[in-house]
Design a protein around this ligand. Structure first.
Ligand code: ADE
Length: 460
């Protein structure tokens, strides 16, 4: 991942991040950090980059030309997501950090003085972001805060990949308290349950402490968590038909955009997917207007809703059966050579999987969500978890078919889902009898209702 920072104080960025874990990741070539001095692009005497504001008012403004030229020197003709740090931006959150961590490259633009000429902001900025409701003297500290939060989510930056998953702000809850040796310190004992070795009990205790702490310290976050739990409970009354929405919420992927009794709109920003559900199979105006413009895929639980959305300009893609694996026991996996795919396998995956682009497959590989069957150290098939949570992308080389590899790949992936505490589910396009037979063979249940896939006119 490449970070570029456009700034008047490049040494602040370089020196600020060098001694940290981020600095080490730069040394290991997992990250690159490029601080660009805006002043180097001044065309004026004494490298001046600021001027008075038209219309009067106190303070100076960074001018458009040096900022634009500095940006152009980095972005060239590529489309690079460009973050402008400003107290007027949208609040920085863990969710946004996770979204930005999927980009191959980011540009941060640090303001100074009273700000930057609006015209250049209009041309280069994709995201205006604030790190909090207070005003700092410049955007360098906020850029460093963002880089730190984003970089630690990039695979390989933290030694242990799972540690970024289970922590503060994952799934709207604050982290539970943690303890290390000694068992007693200042007459305070480590809670008994943590010494019990009973992992079920420990998980339950940690969740309870997280809930208790979030309720006390961040009632706003707790309200969000409680609403999701209420919705999950309600959807679970017909678990098979609603599994995609239940999993989206419980895995922390989807946010509730609209909820009114029996009508629900969930948005998964990472997967650019909206899930719509209404007991009466009808999309109200309020539901329709809650759909974000940037959403590319719509998953809908009824034919009536699908028809209404088609009338509104969305394009029908396919009708799918939902299958889910509800047992808690792992499945036997016959083929032994299955392991996570890496970025080195990108060309192989792209060559054999027609439905998604290279950027999507890169992201899935980096997220550790694709697994390959290997023969003599060469991949001969693969499977993965889609961004919105379903199993899919199953492929086996023709020469290796009819040997149970597909079943082994799916069983292996289901087992990884169970380890994560997920319920594995997948969508099978109507008519794909071979895939249906595979789901039956592995013991997955079919939901009674189908899910309809729709896309925006450009995407479908
Ligand atoms: N620049 C000055 N203050 C800021 C803040 N709170 N967030 C982001 N950028 C800023």
């Amino acid at each position: 991942m490449k970070f570029h920072v456009l700034t008047l104080f490049p040494e602040m960025i370089e020196q600020g991040l060098a001694p940290s874990i981020i600095g080490r990741a730069v040394e290991k070539n997992i990250l690159s950090l490029n601080a660009v001095n805006i002043r180097d692009f001044s065309k004026e005497k004494h490298s001046k980059v600021d001027d008075y504001t038209y219309g009067g008012g106190a303070g100076m403004l960074l001018q458009a030309q040096p900022v634009f030229d500095a940006w152009k020197s980095v972005a060239g003709d590529r489309k690079v997501r460009t973050v402008y740090l400003t107290p007027q931006g949208t609040p920085f959150t863990q969710k946004l950090a996770a979204e930005l961590a999927k980009e191959p490259e980011l540009i941060f633009l640090c303001g100074h003085y009273e700000g930057i000429d609006e015209r250049v902001l209009e041309e280069v900025v994709t995201d205006s972001v604030s790190i909090g409701d207070y005003v700092l003297t410049g955007g360098e500290l906020p850029a460093m805060v963002m880089i730190d939060a984003i970089a630690r989510l990039v695979p390989g930056v933290l030694g242990n990949d799972t540690s970024a998953e289970e922590e503060s702000f994952f799934n709207d809850l604050l982290e539970y308290p943690q303890y290390s040796r000694p068992e007693t310190w200042h007459e305070k004992k480590v809670p008994e349950v943590l010494l019990s070795g009973d992992h079920k009990k420990i998980t339950k205790w940690r969740l309870e402490r997280s809930i208790e702490k979030t309720k006390r310290v961040r009632p706003d976050l707790y309200a969000k968590y409680a609403l999701k739990q209420e919705i999950i409970k309600k959807l679970s009354k017909a678990k098979r038909n609603h599994i995609h929405m239940i999993e989206s919420l419980s895995r922390g992927l989807g946010e509730v955009l609209y909820y009114d009794n029996d009508a629900l709109v969930i948005y998964d920003r990472g997967g650019e997917t909206v899930m719509l559900h209404a007991g009466n199979d009808s999309v109200t105006e309020a539901m329709y207007h809650s759909i974000p413009k940037e959403a590319k895929l719509l998953l809908v639980t009824g034919a009536g809703m699908a028809r209404q959305l088609e009338e509104r300009g969305y394009v029908f893609i396919c009708r799918c059966s939902q299958f889910l694996y509800t047992a808690k026991e792992p499945l036997p996996v016959k083929y032994k050579e299955i392991r996570p795919l890496t970025l080195q396998d990108l060309d192989y995956v792209e060559e054999h999987y027609d439905y998604e682009d290279r950027a999507y497959l890169t992201e899935r590989l980096q997220a550790g969500m694709m697994y390959g069957a290997y023969h003599e150290n060469r991949p001969v098939g693969f499977i993965g978890v889609h961004a919105e949570g379903s199993l899919g992308m199953l492929y086996v080389d023709p020469a290796y078919r009819r040997q149970g590899l597909a079943a082994s790949l799916e069983a292996y992936l289901i087992n990884r889902c169970i380890e994560r505490g997920w319920t594995a589910y997948g969508h099978v396009i109507n008519g794909n009898e071979e895939s249906k037979r595979l789901q039956d063979k592995l013991g997955l249940y079919q939901a009674s209702n189908d899910v309809y896939w729709l896309g925006t006119a450009e995407e479908a």
